[in-house]
Ligand binder design. Sequence first.
Ligand code: BLA
Length: 505
Amino acid sequence: ITNQDVVNLENCEDEPIHIPGRIQPHGFLISVKSATDVVNVCSENIHDYLRFTHEDVLGKNIAKLFNDDFLKAYKSFKEDTATSHKEFNFSFDDTLFSICIHLSDQHIIIEGEPTENQFGQDRRLYNSSKQLLGYIQDTLTLKELCDSVAKALKEITEYDRVMIYRFDADYNGEVFAESKEDHLEPFLGLHYPHTDIPAQARQLYIKNHLRIVGDVNYKSVPLYTHNSSAVNTLDLSLSVLRSVSPIHIEYLQNMGVGATLTVSLIHKGKLWGLIACHHYSPKYLSQEIRNTVTLHGHFITSQIDIRILNEEYEIARKANLAVDTLTTKNLNFHRNSLKELFAEDAIIQLCNSCGVSLSVDGKMHSKGDTPSDIEVNLLGDILFDFSRNKHFSTSELSRITSDIVSIVEKFPGINYYSLGDEHNYIIWYRYPTLKEINWAGDPSKSIVKKEQRLSPRKSFEKFTESVKNTSKPWLEAELAASSSFTNFLINHLRSIRTNEEKEKQ
Ligand code: BLA
């Protein structure tokens, strides 16, 4: 990622996507001032759906526009301060609408989309949810669960492609699971740069969990206030019809997509990923199916911790076993006892390293594949300063130093603990894993500047990047094991020194 992109990225993030002043055309929107019940904003297309035009409704009290049944629902929403969102089906002039009401600052926003009475759908949705519980019991890893959910959602929603998209720590993403029509090329395993979904969009998706673009080629509908002047201050963050960013529309067009559905996967308050669905022609979804997709999203996120724990459990068990092998040895309190510890393979296995060096008062002990003693001494000094005499681990040593090229290249994984001062420390090492990342398009060209306007990339052609000089990351369980062994070592060294003091006297 170059500096040029960083400049552009800030611009991408500047787009105020929550106040577009426009909606998608597959429904109408009116906004009512909560204090007065007077309509102050209306979409231009309301006449496509209801008896009146936007001029008819603007400035009117809502009681003059709708029948008693509707007003009852409106009032109950207004009075129920615990609910910020209400959905129901309602008929106007024999047309059934799916209605969403929510609060936006001082406004009550009412959105309506024509919907069909889908008899028998309840049972179908119930069955699919029941199936989901089955998946939860039958699948072990998070990956397996996501595969099953993608498959189930493809059946329920009938989108051409359903993906579970997962973010890394920098919000680059990867298609983690996918279910698609056979004739489509797979996106599974492809990576997408963080610039594809700018920060303000990710922020919005934490508040509003579901978005639909019904027809990528739609013509957006303006919102008007009194005197038919355009409105671009009404906050549509929680609106279901919000018109999406034109830059994102261009992106979808470049991808050849016709309609999308996206559901946020939120874990511990952060955007963990997205359920991203593509269709290659326009597509709309009933409220019931949308809710089912959202429910599936919750299923996934509720399982993240449990699944990761399952996967790490086995690693933790082995690591603890290795630590036990070492700490339950019957050691004497002389320096030669360290040799005994270093005779055990467990000392490198406890955190799945390829080697370990221990410096005690400047004397080096090592096991497995390690740098030379001279190199370790240099590294020890660097890590002592960098860690401020504490603990430091990395899978990419080159991030903190390029001084010792041979170590940076051969042992990019470093797990360091100080044992009190610069002459006493332990370091575990890891080899590099040559990693290839397949990007959907060159990530350094993810933003194009065209006639002073920002544009997404045109090409999603596979671009392979080799990442060198990184090891596998150190897992929580491996760090816990090395930390616990280090504590044992600190106590053991203390006993040795006390013993030496005694023997001197
Ligand atoms: C939004 N970009 C998004 C969204 C996705 C992606 C999923 C959310 C849209 C939604 O929820 O409907 C990206 N879509 C993807 C990816 C895949 C996919 C990675 O299907 C993978 C298969 N986008 C750019 C550039 C800019 C940009 C350069 O590529 C800015 C200059 C902006 N993307 C952008 C904006 C949004 C967005 C502004 C918010 C759209 C909105 O909600 O209004």
